[in-house]
Design a protein around this ligand. Sequence first.
Ligand SMILES: NC(=O)C1=CN([C@@H]2O[C@H](COP(=O)(O)OP(=O)(O)OC[C@H]3O[C@@H](n4cnc5c(N)ncnc54)[C@H](O)[C@@H]3O)[C@@H](O)[C@H]2O)[C@@H](O)CC1
Ligand SMILES: Nc1ncnc2c1ncn2[C@@H]1O[C@H](COP(=O)(O)OP(=O)(O)O)[C@@H](O)[C@H]1O
Ligand SMILES: [K+]
Length: 468
Amino acid sequence: METVRAAERELMARLPEGALMQRAAAGLAVACAELLGRVYGARVVLLVGSGDNGGDALYAGARLARRGAGVAAVLLSPGRAHSGGLAALRSAGGRVSDDAPRDLARADLVVDGIVGIGGRGGLRPEAARLARVARESAPVVAVDLPSGVDADTGEVSGEAVRADATVTFGAYKPGLLVDPARERAGALRLVDIGLTLPPEAAMEALQHADVARLLPRPSAESDKYRRGVVGVVAGSARYPGAAVLAVAGALRGGAGAVRYVGPAADAVLARFPETLVHAGPPDKAGRVQAWVIGPGIGDESDALEDVLASDVPVLVDADGLRFLTPRRVRERAAQTLLTPHAGEAAALLGCGRAEVEAARLASVRELARSFGATVLLKGSTTLVAGAGGPVRVNPTGTGWLATAGSGDVLSGVTGSLLAAGLPALDAGSVGAYLHGLAARRAAGREGAPILASEVAAHLDAAWRDVTD
Ligand SMILES: NC(=O)C1=CN([C@@H]2O[C@H](COP(=O)(O)OP(=O)(O)OC[C@H]3O[C@@H](n4cnc5c(N)ncnc54)[C@H](O)[C@@H]3O)[C@@H](O)[C@H]2O)[C@@H](O)CC1
Ligand SMILES: Nc1ncnc2c1ncn2[C@@H]1O[C@H](COP(=O)(O)OP(=O)(O)O)[C@@H](O)[C@H]1O
Ligand SMILES: [K+]
């Protein structure tokens, strides 16, 4: 966020006063007009705070009023509203509301200009009350950010606006990408106001073209060993299904072969005869280029030590995470990738699950730092953090993935990418990307419940979507 603020300062210094706000307001007005369908005769209420965020709302309101909308501004701090914006609204035929509940009740659209990147903490009580009334009255468009969310972290302390759409300026802010704040933002729209941001941002999201570049492709000289062999230590007498699902993911992750090690070999082979299986400990299983360990293994901690002692990248998931210590992971020379969900991350950090969910970005960074590893934090917003540099946020997830066993598929596909030679940060973010796309494919356009095995079965379609 400091990057965005600095870029804004730099640009503002070069432009006539107010030029950036005019660009922001113009983009905002266009988005509002699209949401309204018909501007002439529509009733728009602006919730206006005391900063420039309110200024954006007022200037956009003026543009809508000029096109025939009835625009009323509810001023949260009447003496401190943006004076230029207020004058523009008035001269365009807009007015200041003297009865907010009445105007809100009749609104076709509410514009949330209470607070933007200058906000601190959740909404103050009066703003919170108005936001609740607005929510019940009409669709809400947030200016830059849903008011009350933390722009830098995606955290929400106290109340925040729940928007149907957010029009943001210059760059996506972490608060628009990371839950719990993301969930408040609705559909996102980015308005270009001419900012030039430095290449190194605090967060980044891969797109199809990035993933296509990173995906392993067989070359003329490839054979199954050169494409990478991924070893999978998963499943137990109690949870044989976890082995099947992790192998299903691994078979479609781009490695040349999958070697399964564990007590569920019969179940795995019955489903996937392509798998190489081994009944002994991992260190006797033959050469692999990466290990996946953890899904459904129960208390099998000897295998974990075997795998950690290897000199190849290791992905640790689920039960495997229970026996890890930062020190043991730091001792490794090869890369380690941890893939906890919020509950597992909380156990590793020694805090509660709710604390991780409320502060995903801080949690994933802290885990990566303390374990000296790459960490993929699963859940409503999947984040991948390395030792330093930007945190990657996965843009393809879907709530339909919240189904038993889908994490096992993710660890398989991601381990396969590690074996194919991707660095841990890329393997984690590409794995999550394909996994999310596969789930969307499986769920269909309208969305419907999916099975974890169907996510695995759609990985090839996701792969083609990305590379086509
Ligand atoms: N800086 C720039 O270059 C640009 C900024 N723009 C807009 O300006 C915004 C930032 O403006 P400001 O820096 O003036 O700050 P904001 O308008 O985001 O917020 C500051 C004001 O909100 C109040 N406030 C803070 N926390 C609050 C809370 N929890 N509840 C209620 N009120 C609270 C403060 O008292 C302060 O007056 C951006 O989000 C964007 O909308 C755009 O016009 C584009 C250009
Ligand atoms: N609300 C959600 N929105 C998007 N993805 C989710 C959500 N909840 C869970 N997921 C994803 O579903 C998968 C579940 O993995 P995990 O928690 O390990 O479950 P399991 O152990 O049953 O496989 C992860 O990829 C996670 O990111
Ligand atoms: K806002």
